[in-house]
Ligand binder design. Structure first.
Ligand SMILES: NC(=O)c1ccc[n+]([C@@H]2O[C@H](COP(=O)([O-])OP(=O)(O)OC[C@H]3O[C@@H](n4cnc5c(N)ncnc54)[C@H](O)[C@@H]3O)[C@@H](O)[C@H]2O)c1
Length: 425
């Protein structure tokens, strides 16, 4: 197996996962960041990352990192790390197109002795059943004789400046004991939090996908409880705070479950489960609950309006926040759009304001025209949908100032004190 110092790394896919990894490897190893989007490569060459995961100083500190939008740019590498998206399609089945395309590209540059490490979140078996056959077919090389593979899932959390790629313990694996050891040492050389070497690729794949499935189910339970407590007239947060005084009660909060991971990854697992005849009823029940929260929240807001004597038809409602989570510009799979859609279904007129989000992207992805700034005294209802720090800083008085004198203020994210809002999840 090759020595670490001769490692030339290609990171394939420079998104939320790939770029921070490329920057860390690029401090220590000759590294090429490869992406099919030339515009992304151009902005990174200019020292700018629009995802805000890496700042200009961090980019500059990666002195051995180059960028390329051409496959030729990674031909000289010997370790290829794949960090392309793994979305679901409209029927909520895994869409492996980016993974298949990236594997086809890598098949064209693969050489004897090379190692391909997948980081994209997949179901157990995907690397060896889907990706490796493509690499073999395109390259003409034989797996575990001419080239090797690994799987090392990523655990970063967009917008989280505390848990960075190097400070999160990393699971690693390889297609032979020697490769597993090499992959583990390679990551161990940049991950200060250490590594956990899984026994095989499938174990590492399964570990990642159940981390997010467990989160999804825990949130689904709390969402279900929130609906129940609301019917019973009990405040959910007060119950959770009381229960949370027990040492082993888990501190989950209700809410929308969007984004690229928690609301998507369970479907990779349920797909594989169904393929082998296992009925993943518990996992799918959680998905159903979490996917219904936008509509539930809209229903609650309209109910509160009606009870205050506000006719929802043509009422103006302000939704604060569109990103899938607080203090980050990431719009992917945001479920705030479910609230907006459901509110519009009641014939209300909805404005959406989000200081973090790129308005062009919101228009492109969801057909939504974001407003530049809410006007004072304009709204019959206000929904704090995302806990951005700007909304917390406004406080209830600042937020209520956007409303008419008898408007409804609903807090999805517990940004405001309970007694200062009309309703909360
Ligand atoms: N974002 C997260 O928080 C997170 C956390 C852990 C794991 N993951 C997983 O990591 C993977 C990547 O996620 P992400 O959030 O970085 O995605 P992303 O959409 O931010 O970035 C993916 C990048 O890959 C590029 N790309 C697509 N196809 C390509 C190809 N064939 N060749 C080269 N580049 C290609 C895209 O242009 C894009 O820049 C996914 O499997 C995801 O589930 C994401």
């Amino acid at each position: 197996m090759q020595q670490l110092e001769y490692t030339r790394i290609a990171i394939v896919g420079l998104g939320y996962v790939g770029l921070p990894l490329a920057v860390e490897f690029g401090r220590r190893y000759d590294t090429v960041g490869f992406d099919i989007r030339a515009a992304r490569v151009d902005e990174l060459r200019a020292g700018h990352d629009h995802t805000l995961e890496v700042d200009a100083a961090e980019l500059a500190a990666a002195t051995r990192l180059r960028f390329s939008a051409e496959l030729d740019g990674i031909r000289e590498c010997n370790v290829y790390i794949v960090t392309v998206p793994t979305p679901i399609d409209v029927a909520k089945r895994p869409d492996l197109t980016p993974l298949v395309k990236a594997s086809e590209s890598l098949g064209q540059v693969l050489k004897r002795g090379d190692i391909v490490v997948y980081e994209s979140t997949v179901y157990p078996g995907c690397t060896e059943e889907v990706c490796i056959p493509i690499l073999e077919r395109v390259s003409g090389l034989v797996y575990n004789r001419d080239f090797f593979a690994g799987y090392s899932p990523e655990r970063i959390n967009p917008g989280d400046k505390q848990h960075r790629v190097t400070s999160i313990l990393k699971v690693t694996s390889g297609s032979t004991p020697e490769v597993a050891d090499f992959v583990n040492r390679l990551y161990g050389s940049i991950i200060t939090a250490g590594t956990h070497q899984a026994s095989c690729i499938k174990v590492a794949e399964a570990a990642k996908v159940i981390e997010n499935t467990q989160r999804d189910l825990n949130i689904a339970l709390v969402n279900d409880l929130a609906k129940l407590f609301n019917t019973l007239g009990i405040d959910t947060l007060e119950v959770l705070e009381a229960a949370g005084t027990k040492w082993n009660f888990l501190p989950f909060r209700p809410g929308l479950v969007g984004g690229h991971c928690i609301s998507v990854d369970p479907y990779y697992l349920t797909h594989k489960a169904q393929e082998v005849g296992h009925h993943p009823d518990v996992i799918l029940a959680g998905r159903r609950t979490n996917d219904s929260m936008g509509e539930y929240i809209a229903g609650q807001v309209v109910r509160l309006m009606v009870r205050k004597g506000i006719n929802p038809v043509h009422a103006r409602i302000l939704v604060l926040g569109l990103a899938f989570k607080e203090n980050c510009p990431d719009l992917r799979n945001t479920r705030v759009v479910d609230i907006v859609q459901a509110l519009r279904g009641y014939n209300t007129e909805v404005d959406v304001f989000d200081p973090w989000v790129d308005a062009t992207e919101a228009k492109h992805e969801y057909g939504l025209d974001l407003i530049d700034a809410p006007a004072a005294g304009s709204y019959d209802g206000i929904v704090v949908a995302v806990g951005h720090r700007q909304f917390a800083a406004l406080g209830s008085a600042g937020i209520r100032a956007f409303g008419k004198p008898s408007s409804v203020l609903y807090d999805v994210k517990y940004v405001l004190p309970r007694n200062e809002v009309d309703g909360r999840l």
